[in-house]
Design a protein around this ligand. Structure first.
Ligand SMILES: *Cc1c(COP(=O)(O)O)cnc(C)c1O
Length: 954
């Protein structure tokens, strides 16, 4: 009976933890769908001519412990130095109560974007706090719920300026010469594709420049000079030029708000509000504007509305501006943004409150002034007379200063001519000032900090300082003890439905397991505390991890090279479009500007193509949901030598593997176009087929879908692009960090060279723990799970599109239109009723209006799938009762869903019981939404996007 050691070892343990169904459950589900084996099922579904014959070379699976140990060793090659580089990135202290209860808490990080507001009131409130913080600090009227980073926010500000400008002939965007270089890089890239003239110069020169529609200024210049731009802002306003100001969130605590001084748009990074530098991200940008331009705003905005019972309730406002509705006419292509990081920044402000923030900002500034005074006395006078936290110091012997810094393990900003830069932060203390003094002066004489402190005055003129109070709303003044803060965060968390409660079957979103072992490394100091522009040799661990992950992804996609910069899928699309555009230009075919996009495409596709200067032409789909090859050929031919590319999703957004995908690629190539394959559905490809093998030229990967980065309630994400060799020289590079062989010299699409580098360990861990075998199984079981659901629900809710043998890919679309026609019950009623059963709704009305798209992923066990299926079948039974007239159409559990606790306590007048209302699936998995169905119309008619008076909640 004894087993040998090798029998007892279990190297594949993680595969079985990641994949929900046990071997017995898989066997049961296979027989339910009528397939002999998993391989046989996949053989029936995936077209034979695209199936891989050999597994991708990504190695074998490792246990959690082994993978963590390997990654720890890699992380150990990063060197953490005291870093004063600044340039928009500062060391921080993440309040431990936020670290543990939010950043490390699946109740927060596994939630989805709040498209179903009834199950998202907690994170919507947290985002509203972030918007209120932004409004208070910027002095403007309307704020968004985060953008991807400061540099892309600048590009969005430029685009907004053009949309909002009344000077229709003006085509020039003027940028002050002391904005951060990475901001300028991203703005320059975007200006080119929009066809704007970009002029860089000393700020006041904007007034002399003809044809300017917008100006970009930076309140605390990249070299530290503090500006008070009120006169310039007034002069720009008089000329009807839109003014955009990049600002530092910590400096804004002390300084007069640019919005109050006349700026039209104010934006910046919220990183230094508690979010680690993480070698570049993820970080949330804040963005605020004047009321007049609110309909031109990019990104999501949270607004206050009311629910069906008239109670205050939150939702995403003005969605008609966004890509999922307006497509190529949208304000921006933003889908995934930075919700989790915005929430951390907002809660940092809640925790510290106005007094705490003033103390933190004041201390940073005071330490800077003390250092400046000490250095001045030693003969090193700061280049500028006014600063917040950053000094530019012209030094006689820069090499010697940098050498002393290196010896002391200190990073200074080193890219300035004849000077070094020093930016202080909330982690800086007295001993650090003393060390910096020694490095700069080379003197052994100690700095008398107390004497300097007593002797210096304020360098910022009084009229530049903020005089009005900030953060007066009670939420910023109530939770300053850890107990209160912990409970506040828990209260918000409890309002939301995340993966720690139930499956989230959102089609196209791939809400799979985000394993704890994958998440652990992101908060290791070796990954969290690196500055993106630190000397490359200090980031050897990062470079190794990124290179290995890139190699694996190259294997899995069938491409030749990978660009790890874009911070979301949509940014990947934009990066891919740019790459194609540059490729054509390099061959003197810059006239190729037409991008073909099937009508079923995700809204980001046309929006991204438009941002890259392409003209979108829609290709029809046939009645089976497949690309109409006839129409494709005709449109490709019509486009002729103006054809740039096609953007196609595979398996299609209709949830089927189109048999003709190779032909689609061939047709486009035949007319000189490139093939962009949207990789959001890679979860149905990994290990089975690949975009490169199919014949595509470039794809983005949503690492936050297929490769386990959690959705964070609406971000972060990572959207790296894979490319074939001929496109590799044209992918985005970086203006600040140069690494030959790793980064091109092309214009950037994000502030940081490797995007949100600090969440890449999640995908690294996933691939390492799954290995080639586990990854292939994951795709196969994802397909099995979807087919199991489709086969069991088809009779009650017809599956709209299927491929050969009636099979679907990794998701399926349930057509609710016939039922609605017959009974009056809509897909919305079903979605909301699912909440009473303890589930998040599937994707509603995408890609086809009146449908629900279900994607279970491989991580859900048969038990959870059955629970979902049972809920859907029970709902179908309820619809039948409405149809039979047992319940009136205007008063039944479906149209009244979801039900909340407090309505059970009141008078009950409905023709169904309280138990039917609230416990249709029993008690064990009960989830309570905190509000009833949202009133969308009311919210957009009465737009209100800041914190609500507390009385509204009581
Ligand atoms: C999710 C998705 C995108 C956009 O990705 P983001 O990371 O949210 O920007 C694009 N295309 C498809 C098909 C998607 O499902």
């Amino acid at each position: 009976m004894t087993q040998t050691l090798s029998q007892l070892e279990h190297h594949n343990a993680f595969i079985q933890r990641h994949i929900g169904p046990s071997p017995e459950q898989r066997a049961h589900m296979l027989s339910a769908v009528g397939a002999a084996t998993l391989d046989a099922l996949i053989g029936q579904i995936v077209p034979a001519d695209i199936q891989l014959s050999a597994p991708p070379a990504v190695g074998e699976a490792a246990t959690e412990a082994r993978a963590l140990a390997e990654l720890k060793a890699i992380a150990g090659r990063n060197r953490i130095c005291k870093t004063y580089i600044g340039m928009g990135y500062s060391a921080v202290i993440t309040p431990p109560v936020i670290l543990r209860n939010m950043l490390e808490n699946p109740g927060w990080y596994t939630a989805y974007t709040p498209y179903q507001p009834e199950v998202s009131q907690g994170r919507l409130e947290a985002l509203l706090n972030f918007q209120q913080l932004t409004l208070d600090l910027t002095g403007l009227d309307i704020a968004s719920a985060s953008l991807l980073d400061e540099a892309t926010a600048a590009a969005e500000a430029m685009a907004l300026a053009k949309r909002a400008s009344k000077l229709k002939q003006a085509n020039c965007f003027f940028v002050a010469d002391d904005v951060h270089p990475q901001t300028l890089d991203v703005v320059r890239t975007r200006a080119r594709t929009f066809g704007f003239d970009l002029v860089v110069g000393q700020a006041e020169a904007a007034l002399e420049q003809p044809g300017v529609f917008g100006v970009l200024l930076q309140q605390v210049g990249t070299t530290g000079e503090l500006h008070d731009y009120r006169e310039l802002l007034a002069a720009l306003k008089a000329r009807r030029i839109v003014s955009c100001v990049a600002a530092d969130m910590m400096a804004l605590v002390l300084l007069a708000a640019p919005g109050a001084q006349g700026a039209d748009v104010v934006f910046g990074s919220s990183q230094r509000f508690g979010v680690p530098m993480g070698y570049g991200g993820p970080h949330a940008a804040f963005f605020a504007a004047r009321d007049e331009v609110k309909r031109s705003m990019p990104g999501r905005i949270i607004g206050v509305s009311r629910d069906a019972a008239g109670n205050t309730a939150l939702r995403m406002a003005m969605q008609t501006r966004e890509q999922h509705i307006r497509r190529e006419k949208a304000n921006s292509n933003i889908c995934t943004s930075q919700v989790l990081l915005a929430n951390i920044a907002g809660l940092y402000a809640v925790y510290h409150g106005p007094a705490g923030l003033k103390r933190i900002a004041g201390r940073i500034h005071r330490l800077t002034s003390i250092l400046a005074a000490g250095l001045t006395a030693a003969g090193i006078t700061p280049r500028f007379a006014r600063w917040f936290d950053t000094l530019t110091l012209d030094v006689a012997d820069k090499a010697a200063v940098l050498e002393r810094a290196r010896e002391a393990g200190v990073n200074l900003r080193a890219d300035l001519d004849g000077a070094v830069g020093i930016t202080l932060d909330e982690t800086t203390g007295r001993e650090d000032i003393a060390a910096l003094y020694a490095i700069l002066t080379g003197s052994r004489q100690a700095l008398d900090i107390d004497a300097l402190d007593a002797g210096i005055g304020e360098v910022i003129p009084a009229q530049w300082l903020r005089t009005t109070p900030i953060l007066t709303h009670p939420v910023f003044n109530r939770y300053h003890s850890e107990t209160d803060m912990m409970r506040y965060m828990h209260r918000l968390e409890n309002k939301d439905l995340a993966l720690n409660q139930a499956m989230i079957p959102l089609g196209s979103c791939t809400m799979k397991l985000n394993a704890a072992a994958e998440m652990i490394p992101i908060t290791w100091p070796e990954f969290a505390e690196l500055h993106p522009f630190c000397p490359p040799e200090q980031a050897a661990g990062y470079q190794q991890m990124i290179a290995q992950l890139s190699r694996w992804l190259v294997q899995l996609t069938g491409y030749d090279a990978l660009c790890m910069q874009p911070n979301s899928g949509a940014q990947g699309e934009y990066a891919g479009m740019l790459t194609i555009r540059r490729y054509h230009e390099s061959r003197n075919e810059g006239n190729r500007h037409i991008c073909l996009i099937p009508s079923s495409a995700h809204g980001t596709n046309p929006a991204s193509a438009q941002m890259a200067g392409m003209s979108v032409i829609v290709v029809a789909c046939d009645k089976h949901g497949n690309i109409d090859l006839h129409d494709l050929r005709e449109k490709a031919e019509q486009a002729g030598d103006e054809l740039s590319c096609i953007m196609v999703t595979y398996p299609s957004t209709h949830g089927v593997y189109e048999e003709t995908i190779r032909e689609v690629c061939q047709i486009v190539h035949q007319y000189g176009g490139q093939v962009y394959l949207d990789g959001a559905n890679m979860n149905a490809q990994v290990g089975i087929t690949s975009p490169g093998y199919i014949g595509a030229d470039v794809s983005h990967l949503n690492l936050h879908k297929t490769f386990c980065i959690p959705h964070g309630g609406g971000g972060p994400g990572m959207g790296p692009i894979g490319v074939k060799a001929h496109l590799a020289p044209f992918v985005p590079g970086h203006a600040v960090l140069h690494m030959d062989g790793v980064l091109t010299r092309q214009g950037a699409v994000a502030a940081a060279p490797f995007g949100s580098a600090s969440i890449l360990p999640i995908s690294w861990m996933y691939i390492r723990m799954m290995g080639a075998e586990g990854l292939k199984q994951a795709s196969q079981v994802a397909i099995l799970n979807a087919n199991y659901i489709a086969s069991r629900l088809n009779a009650a809710f017809p599956v709209l599109y299927s491929g050969r043998d009636g099979r679907v890919a990794h998701e399926c679309i349930l057509d609710i239109r016939p039922l609605k026609e017959a009974t009056g019950i809509s897909e919305m009623d079903i979605a909301k009723r699912l909440i009473d059963y303890g589930f998040h709704a599937p994707t509603m009305s995408f890609p086809v209006a009146g449908t629900l798209m279900v994607e279970p992923t491989e991580s859900e066990s048969q038990g959870e799938l059955d629970r979902f299926i049972d809920a859907m079948l029970a709902i179908r039974g309820e619809i039948d009762r409405v149809a039979k007239g047992e319940w009136p159409l205007e008063d039944n559990p479906l149209v009244n869903a979801p039900h909340i606790e407090r309505e059970l306590a009141g008078e009950w007048t409905h023709p169904y019981s309280r138990e039917t209302a609230a416990f249709p699936a029993g008690f064990e998995h009960k989830y309570w939404p905190s509000v009833k169905r949202l009133d969308d119309v009311y919210g957009d008619r009465n737009l209100f996007c800041s914190c609500v008076p507390v009385s509204d909640y009581e």
